[in-house]
Design a protein. Structure first.
Length: 247
């Protein structure tokens, strides 16, 4: 089955604590300051904000510090340190960290490859409504990695992520409709999802979309475009989806 990779690392930057415990509003202010520093590529400033909070046990900061070690931003790249901070955050139930830890186990970066362990961590984040992890878990089911291959489960998790606007999942959902994999073949629905994926930045879906467009009748093409035009994302309650920080 043709699949589009959904290897996505998630993480926003977090906050600082002083010598005394930070109040919630202070932490939120620090989160905003760290995000701003990261966005302007001032990694030294972001790191200065992150480290105290991560050491104090803030899960978001721990995950984000892991992202910085994974990317070598403000610190030397260090897979072992990235793994350590991801694990600390994941063990507190942080969905972004659970997803990132899953990626580490799937890729073998800083840890021995273990597809079953990767799937376990993806599932924890996916069950919290975390779109990137839902997409990653869908790929595990589609490929039979760490779980028994199951097209119905792949379709289910891709759909959950695609409905939240995850471009990789939209692309893979489109391919499943195109191939009739785990669902009845439907070129119109395939075009809808592939076009949404391309709009979301999936370059890998573009060729499939171009090839599909030539095979549709004018009426089918108009129907597919209308479906895409009226589609709106459905957010997962209680599961904020921060921007991706890719390794």
């Amino acid at each position: 089955m043709r699949m589009i990779a959904a290897f996505i690392v998630m993480g926003m930057l977090a906050a600082v604590v002083s010598a005394r415990p930070a109040r919630a509003d202070e932490t939120e202010d620090s989160l905003a300051a760290a995000n701003a520093a990261y966005a302007r590529h001032d990694y030294a400033a972001a790191l200065k904000l992150l480290q105290p909070l991560a050491v104090a046990g803030n899960a978001k900061a721990q995950n984000d510090l892991g992202v910085m070690y994974a990317n070598g931003q403000g610190v030397p790249r260090d897979d072992a340190e990235a793994l350590r901070w991801y694990r600390k955050a994941a063990e507190q139930g942080d969905a972004a960290a659970e997803n990132n830890l899953g990626i580490r186990y799937e890729s073998g970066a800083g840890v021995r490859k273990d597809a079953a362990e990767a799937a376990r961590w993806y599932r924890k984040a996916a069950e919290q409504g975390y779109a990137a992890a839902q997409s990653n878990l869908g790929s595990m089911y589609a490929d039979g990695e760490g779980v028994l291959r199951n097209d119905a489960e792949a379709l289910r998790w891709y759909r959950k992520a695609a409905e939240q606007g995850n471009a990789a999942a939209q692309a893979n959902l489109g391919l499943m409709y195109l191939d009739g994999q785990g669902v009845d073949e439907d070129d119109v629905e395939a075009y809808k999802w592939l076009s949404l994926a391309v709009a979301g930045g999936s370059k890998l879906a573009a060729k499939e979309l171009d090839d599909l467009e030539t095979s549709l009748t004018p009426e089918e093409l108009a129907d597919a475009r209308q479906r895409a035009a009226v589609w709106r994302p459905r957010g997962a309650a209680g599961a904020p989806q921060p921007p991706a920080a890719k390794e």
